[in-house]
Design a protein around this ligand. Structure first.
Ligand code: FES
Length: 101
């Protein structure tokens, strides 16, 4: 089971391989916006994956298109609702602002 380190709090949680990153973060008790409930439409679940990016599911078209509309997007950006966990540990950074609508 991959371990997720959540920054800036430093909390660590484990979640099943193949599960949705957004669900794991919500279950951890950390605050993350998810205004469209995981449809890649709002962009409010924008996070950075600092380590372990290659182990998670690849970015699909709908996610790319939404990320293109957001502020502050970089090479580590993902929409947490679109990320499925792989079998390696990852480190993510929750953003202190909502970049979606
Ligand atoms: S919850 Fe809306 S894009 Fe992820």
């Amino acid at each position: 089971m991959p371990v997720i380190t959540i920054q800036p709090s430093g909390k660590t949680i484990s979640a099943a391989e193949g599960s949705r990153l957004l669900d794991a973060v919500i279950a951890s008790g950390e605050h993350i916006d998810h205004k469209c409930d995981g449809k890649a439409e709002c962009g409010s679940c924008h996070i950075f994956i600092q380590e372990g990016r290659k182990s998670v599911s690849k970015t699909q078209r709908a996610e790319y298109e939404k990320l293109d509309t957001l502020i502050g997007v970089g090479s580590k950006s993902r929409l947490a609702c679109q990320v499925r966990l792989g079998n390696e540990d990852i480190s993510i950074e929750l953003l202190g602002f909502s970049s979606g609508f």
